[in-house]
Design a protein around this ligand. Structure first.
Ligand code: COA
Ligand code: AMP
Length: 628
């Protein structure tokens, strides 16, 4: 039996022993009494009785182990012309000091801190400072608008918000502070204090005494030590899009998270202490949490924090420049980023100037890796290109080609095999197992491995209802697909109304809520349709109220502006059509799947549940892609 098969079998047959061994790589202040606490299904807890501090494991212990002078964080920002390296010792000092500043502002163990920051070192410092205090951070992606930030503030109820004067998006300066001020105005929860990082590109007005300048806060601070927390205590809340307008607050614990991420680095990504790891994502997404911040640092790797884009900062050779300059061993990004590079530099000519000899592997995730993009990247890089599948909820890969444990042949279009710890199954709608090669719902039999979500923030009921009710005893991933005869998993797309735009997960429900609020709109639907660059883009269909007198072009402009203003620029909703009616089932459910199929150029026949097939037929020419 190969190393993968043996590890997989052990992880499923005896998870306690498997993860108990993995837990030895973490420094525990109090060792756990139990590895897996399965006393109250469907809730499972990992490493109960154990105490640790995640920041201690990410920073202090490496300094004590002699890595103090090794690079921990490499900040590379083509948009500001900065490259700065922080050693483990320097980063520990900065984090301890900022933790002291947060404590001074009243933040204690268990308190929440919302972080709304661009890709600057302060984002990493603020996250680790919260971990150091046992406070719970909730990072909100900068591309979300004030209203989305307000919704998250109201739900997480933070004591403090940490933000900056601005972000830099390609060539554009995005003022963050006015968005924060607006969000605080919209939120009903009152935040005690805001710490604001003033960037030289834009000065923000501070509202005294609520707001404090980052430098001022730090200057007065007494460095704080690591606070021991329970393994089961929350480390962070990360909001992700569900099918409704209400985001889901995924809760990550401290103990299981540290163990799983540490294990993943060597076994999945094939990197170890001292290596340089680069996840070209954003700290606002789960990839950023797990593989920009926590996993590399828990492993004693240097991590690259890149404030730039794959193209335009300054060109499509940017990724290769960063990888060669910092001797990156593993690069992780989204297929969209590679498609953007391919579009601008189809022959990979810009690779010529860079030495990528240190780079072993390109990892891709966040959306389906289409075979064209796979073949292009594999050809121009001449290195393994590895797809892997995961979600905000799991925090680390469910299906992957485990490069450290046992590399496997690549089948383009499949992220390869179930990762140890994940009992992946494909079920038919009646809950029976689907035959090999047959499509169904991809689920994971409980218990999920350590590091995966323990619940939704203060909403156990929604956690159970969203993920654990459809197929009792299993976690519903929300993705559909199949497993083939070789055990390779094929992930074909979401089975719900979540869409994936440029590797960013978005809810069509949120956009629909915004559009429906327009006085001329009677009803609407937003669907995700195929896009060459971004994988998917949202497309809106609206039905006007009878008697509404509005010009289609004007309405379209207003709706696009409303979505940008209320959800954020990242929603990228550009195309909206006014239609006479929306196709529905006899029970009134809008047939989004059928519309999506037509828009993607498939031959869609009206489902038997449809109320009026003529409505769908009337939409075909509107939805059908040009030339089909
Ligand atoms: N703060 C403020 N605005 C932001 C933002 C942020 N952090 N991130 C994105 N935006 C804005 C962009 O400026 C853009 O605004 P515009 O409509 O005025 O141009 C809009 O949101 C859409 O952004 P994006 O989807 O990123 O499109 P883009 O055209 O700017 O760039 C790519 C396209 C492919 C280069 C880019 O999407 C990319 O790098 N994707 C990689 C995906 C990724 O890292 N995913 C994370 C999961 S691994
Ligand atoms: P997020 O929670 O933002 O990480 O988005 C998770 C969703 O992105 C998954 O449920 C999938 O729909 C999609 N996804 C992520 N990685 C892959 C992949 N490698 N292949 C197919 N879909 C993916």
């Amino acid at each position: 039996m190969g190393a993968y098969a043996a590890a997989y079998e052990r992880s499923i047959a005896d998870p306690t022993r498997f993860w108990g061994l993995a837990a030895r790589d973490i420094r525990w202040l109090v060792p756990p009494d139990r590895v897996l606490d399965d006393g109250a299904p469907p809730f499972y807890r990992w490493f109960t009785g154990g105490e640790l501090n995640t920041c201690d494991n990410a920073l202090d212990r490496h300094v004590e182990d002699g890595r103090g002078d090794q690079a921990a964080l490499i900040y590379d920002s083509p948009v500001t012309g900065t490259v700065a390296t922080y050693t483990f010792r320097q980063l520990t000092d900065l984090v301890a000091r900022f933790a002291g500043a947060l404590r001074e502002l009243g933040v204690d163990r268990g308190d929440r801190v919302v972080i709304y920051l661009p890709m600057i070192p302060e984002a990493v410092i603020a996250m680790l400072a919260c971990a150091r205090l046992g406070a719970v951070h909730s990072v909100v992606f900068g591309g979300f608008a004030a209203k989305e930030l307000a919704v998250r503030i109201d739900h997480a109820r933070p004591k403090v918000v940490v933000s900056a004067s601005c972000g830099i998006e390609g060539g554009r300066i995005v003022a963050y502070k006015p968005l924060l001020d607006k969000a605080l105005e919209l939120a009903t929860h009152k935040v005690d204090r805001c710490v604001v990082r003033q960037r030289p590109q834009l000065h923000a007005d501070l509202v005294r005494p609520r707001d404090i300048d980052w430098d001022e806060a730090v200057a007065q601070a007494v460095p704080a030590d690591c606070v021991p927390v329970a393994a089961t205590d929350p480390l962070y809340i990360l909001y992700t899009s569900g099918t409704t307008g209400r985001p889901k607050g995924v809760v990550r614990d401290n103990g299981g998270h540290a163990v799983a991420l540490r294990w993943s680095m060597e076994n999945i990504y094939g990197v170890g202490p001292g290596d340089v790891f680069w996840a070209a994502s954003d700290v606002g997404w789960v990839v950023g949490h797990s593989y920009i911040v926590y996993a590399p640092l828990l492993t004693g790797c240097a991590t690259v924090l890149y404030e730039g884009k794959p193209v335009g900062t300054p060109d499509a050779g940017a990724f290769w420049r960063v990888a060669s300059q910092h001797r990156v061993k593993a690069l992780f990004t989204a297929p969209t980023a590679i498609r953007a590079v391919k579009k601008e530099d189809p022959d990979g000519a810009l690779l010529a100037g860079y030495d990528l000899s240190a780079m072993d592997t390109l990892f891709l995730a966040g959306e389906r890796l289409d075979p064209d993009t796979y073949h292009w990247a594999a050809r121009v890089l001449d290195k393994p290109v590895i797809d892997h599948w995961w979600q905000t909820e799991t925090g680390w890969p469910i299906v992957a080609n485990l490069r450290g444990l046992e590399p496997m042949p690549v089948k383009p279009g499949s992220p390869t095999v179930a990762v140890p710890g994940y009992d992946v199954r494909v079920l038919a709608p009646d809950g029976t197992g689907a035959a090999p090669g047959t499509d169904g719902d991809i689920v994971v039999r409980l218990p999920l491995p350590p590091g995966t979500l323990s619940t939704l923030w203060q909403d156990d009921e929604r956690f159970v209802e969203s993920y654990l009710t459809r197929y009792p005893g299993h976690y519903l991933t929300g993705d559909g697909g199949r497993v083939d005869e070789d055990g390779y998993v094929w992930v074909m797309g979401r089975t719900d109304d979540v869409i994936n735009v440029a590797g960013h997960r978005l809810s069509t429900g949120t956009m629909e809520e915004v559009i429906a609020a327009h006085p001329a709109v009677a009803e609407c639907a937003v669907i995700g349709v195929h896009d060459e660059l971004k994988g998917q883009v949202p497309r809106g269909l609206v039905v006007l109220k009878s008697g509404a007198e509005v010009d289609g072009e004007t309405l379209r402009g207003e709706l696009v502006a409303m979505v940008r203003e209320q959800v954020g620029p990242v929603a990228a909703l550009k195309e909206i059509s006014v239609v006479p009616a929306l196709p529905k089932t006899r029970s009134g459910k809008i047939l989004r799947g059928a519309m999506r199929g037509i828009a993607d150029g498939q031959d869609v026949t009206a489902p038997s549940t449809i109320e009026d097939p003529a409505v769908l037929d009337e939409l075909r020419p509107v939805l059908r892609p040009p030339g089909r």
